[in-house]
Each structure stands twice: as structure tokens, then as C-alpha cells.
Ligand binder design. Structure first.
Ligand code: NAD
Length: 285
């Protein structure tokens, strides 16, 4: 995608972290930005920030795990700014746990947001983007988790592998249709965001019951993520990395070559290439 100014961008998870940085950077390119998030108060504050700086934004409280909510986001985008050119399917949540002990509510919550959220985004926005026929781009936020392995992380790692696979399929389909829509799969390393406090937006009916799925391994991973995220990179770095990929039409947007997550990814790819047993190299979070 070459021209951003005056075009319409939609960002999910726009109230915090990487989504908020996406909104800021796309607005700075003179895009009209539709900011969607389930946390209405934080969304309002984030949108007001950009409005105060003179940017054209629309804040739409949205639960991306719900098809109707995302369909309504697409309708409001069309009515307010016209059809979308850029779609950042970015909102996501984290839960750890032993694969056989994690309660179904953990899988349902994480898959609802991380996987169904992206599916709903594609189903609601791709027809709108194809209809106008102008150049566009879709960025799906997966994670380096999608291309590495780690124990005690099944709900999250599986969900990100699904986003990665869906992005490859989407790209193949859009190429087959000769559509003017590029695709990138954004795979961040550790980023300084509020992801470890994702429970703040977890629906009541999907909350863990006392003691459910409890294990020392789950506590270890969840507390390690909480302790490590403040040492992660600035979310703006990720927004800029993705925007550069959009400009260059690059699909895979991975952690830099010298990053430990990239080393772990390369080791896994080599294990697969040689069909040898996985080394399970996990970088310290
Ligand atoms: N922070 C990291 O280290 C890291 C690493 C790799 C990938 N990611 C991915 O980056 C993306 C953004 O996360 P972040 O790190 O900025 O975390 P964050 O918690 O700071 O931001 C996530 C946003 O998503 C919103 N959200 C949660 N559930 C939602 C729902 N049902 N509908 C709409 N919005 C919802 C939250 O309210 C929040 O504003 C996620 O997909 C995450 O998996 C993060």
C-alpha cells in the first residue's frame, strides 16, 4: 500500500498497547482512524487524545468475539468515514496453563478474542474492501508464539498459530482473486503493554472458578509474563514495523534477526525441516 493520507483505517484493541500505537501512527499519516475496543472508558480516553491533536477518529466500543458487534463496527465505519482501506485485527488476550488442565473457559475466552475476533474482522470488512477496489491492507497481529513452542501456554500459543495460518490462507486467496489488498502477519516479540492484565476485560461467564485449572506451571508463566512485559519494546516500534511492511507489501513481520525469539523460531523451523524431535527452545520472556 503506497497512499495512506485521507484513507480509512480500522484498529481493534485500540485502547491500549500495540493497537493504541497503531491508531497514533496511522492518524499521523493523515488516515481517518476507527478505534475499536471492548474497554469503553479507556477507548474514549485514547480517542480523545488523538482528537485533541486534530486527528479524525471514531471510537466504537466493540467486542470482537461477537459477530454482531464486529458487523456493527463495519456498518458504523462505512456510515461515518466510508469503507475501510486498512484493517488491523489486533486485539488479543493471554492465558497460560497445562494443556490438559486449562479449563474450557480459558480456551473459550482466548479463542473467542484471538481467533474468532480475526475471523469476524475478515467476514465483516473484506467484502467492504473488495467492493471499493482501491488498494488496501490487512494486518493480523499474531505473535512470535505462533512460530515457536513453549510448554504451559496451550490456549494462547494455539490461538496465535491459528491467526498465522489464517493469514497465510487469506493472502493466498486475495492473490488468487487478484485483489488490491495486501496482507501482513505481525509477530511481535515481548512488547511493553497491558497484556498481562487482560483479565480486566474477561467476561463474567468466562472467568476462572476458584481453583480451576490451577497449577504451579500456570502461575509461573503468567507471573513471568507480568514481570517481563515492562522490559519489552515500545509498542510504537511494532506499529512502525507493520506500517513499513504495508508500504513494502511484506507478509511476514517477525522479530529482528538478532532477537532470541527469532533464534527460537529458526531452530524450530530447522527441526521441522529435518523432521527431528523438537528441541523446544524457549527464550526467557
Ligand atoms: N505484549 C506482548 O508482548 C505481545 C507479544 C506478541 C503479541 N502480542 C499481541 O498484540 C496484540 C495487542 O495486545 P497488547 O500487547 O497491546 O495488549 P493490551 O492488553 O495492552 O491491549 C489489548 C487490547 O485489546 C482489547 N480487547 C481485549 N478483549 C477484547 C475484545 N473482546 N474485543 C475488543 N477488544 C478487546 C483490550 O481492552 C486492550 O485494549 C494481541 O493480539 C497480543 O496477543 C502482544
Amino acid at each position: 500500500m503506497k497512499e495512506f493520507a485521507g484513507k480509512v483505517a480500522v484498529v481493534t484493541g485500540a485502547a491500549s498497547g500495540i493497537g493504541r500505537a497503531f491508531s497514533r501512527r496511522l492518524a499521523a499519516l493523515d488516515m481517518k482512524v476507527v478505534m475499536a475496543d471492548v474497554e469503553a472508558g479507556a477507548l474514549k480516553a485514547a480517542a480523545e487524545d488523538l482528537e485533541a491533536a486534530g486527528h479524525a477518529v471514531l471510537a466504537v466500543p466493540t467486542d470482537i468475539s461477537q459477530a454482531d458487534s464486529v458487523a456493527s463496527l463495519a456498518e458504523q465505519t462505512l456510515e461515518h468515514f466510508g469503507p475501510a482501506h486498512v484493517l488491523c485485527n489486533n486485539a488479543g488476550v493471554f492465558a497460560a496453563g497445562l494443556s490438559w488442565e486449562a479449563p474450557q473457559s480459558d480456551y473459550d475466552w482466548v479463542f473467542g478474542v484471538n481467533v474468532w475476533g480475526v475471523i469476524h474482522g475478515l467476514r465483516s470488512f473484506v467484502p467492504q474492501m473488495l467492493a471499493h477496489g482501491e488498494e488496501g491492507h490487512i494486518v493480523n497481529t499474531a505473535s512470535m508464539a505462533a512460530v515457536t513452542t513453549a510448554p504451559f501456554t496451550a490456549p494462547y500459543y494455539m490461538s496465535k498459530a491459528a491467526v498465522f495460518s489464517l493469514s497465510e490462507t487469506l493472502d493466498a486467496e486475495l492473490r488468487a482473486k487478484q485483489a488490491a489488498i495486501g496482507v501482513s502477519v505481525l509477530c511481535p516479540e515481548l512488547v511493553d503493554t497491558a497484556i498481562a492484565r487482560g483479565d480486566r476485560n474477561r467476561p463474567e461467564h468466562l472467568k476462572r472458578k476458584a481453583g480451576e485449572g490451577e497449577s504451579p506451571e500456570r502461575d509461573l508463566v503468567e507471573s513471568a509474563i507480568g514481570a517481563a512485559t515492562p522490559t519489552g519494546v515500545d509498542p510504537v516500534v511494532l506499529a512502525d514495523r507493520a506500517i513499513e511492511a504495508m508500504r513494502e507489501g511484506r507478509f511476514y513481520v517477525l522479530a529482528p534477526e538478532d532477537n532470541p525469539w527469532r533464534t527460537a523460531c529458526n531452530a524450530r523451523l530447522e527441526d521441522i525441516r529435518l523432521a527431528r524431535n523438537p528441541a523446544h527452545a524457549v527464550p526467557d520472556p
